[in-house]
Design a protein around this ligand. Structure first.
Ligand SMILES: [Zn+2]
Length: 199
């Protein structure tokens, strides 16, 4: 009899211990289940749906309009004619010069960026625009030297330096060495060759 009592007590303690362990297991199991519930929702939202993923792969990779990457855009003159207005085509593709003081940007003082009207390569910043008094938008430097190319122009019995868009080789205007500091250059551009976008 004396032996049975401690054994029973031990059994009882063990039962409590087992019960406690079971209860602890249950709590931790529920706790563990509850924890991932929230991250699961977050991960569902973060993961693109099959439709989004399909759209992303179908869309063409946006080209880098900031700095010329060396890939020249080649289009037939017919393609350019369809894409551009008559004035834009005359300047950009035929090398015309628009009339002074009768163009869109010569007196534009808004802050922003001037892009190529044919291919949207970034060309000039309003930060580099200055009052030249010529009646054409004038800049002392392009946003990146490699975004424009210079070609010797011997038209009309003058030797001038023509400026073209490096990416689509469209005519933009001319550059002269009578500009202000810090470069001493004057990029005399045609408004029709540019597309201004506010900052
Ligand atoms: Zn261009």
């Amino acid at each position: 009899m004396n032996l049975k009592v401690p054994v029973n007590r031990i059994n009882q303690r063990m039962r409590y211990a087992i019960l406690f362990a079971f209860a602890a297991l249950l709590v931790s199991a529920f706790g563990a289940c509850r924890m991932p519930a929230k991250p699961e929702i977050v991960s569902t939202a973060a993961t693109p749906t099959p439709q989004q993923a399909a759209t992303a792969t179908v869309e063409p990779t946006p080209s880098n309009d900031d700095v010329f990457d060396g890939n020249v855009i080649v289009k037939s003159e017919d393609e350019w004619r369809k894409q551009l207005t008559q004035d834009q085509f005359a300047v950009l593709r035929e090398g015309d010069t628009e009339p002074a003081f009768h163009n869109e940007y010569f007196d534009n003082h808004e802050h922003g960026t001037y892009y190529c009207a044919a291919c949207h390569l970034k060309l000039f910043s309003s930060e580099a625009k200055f009052e030249s008094g010529t009646g054409w938008p004038s800049f002392f430097q392009p946003v990146h030297k490699k975004n424009v190319i210079e070609v010797t122009d011997r038209q009309f019995g003058m030797v001038r330096t023509e400026v073209q868009c490096a990416r689509c080789r469209s005519h933009l205007g001319h550059v002269f060495d009578d500009g202000p500091k810090p470069t001493g250059l004057r990029y005399c551009m045609n408004s029709a060759a540019l597309r201004f976008e506010k900052d």
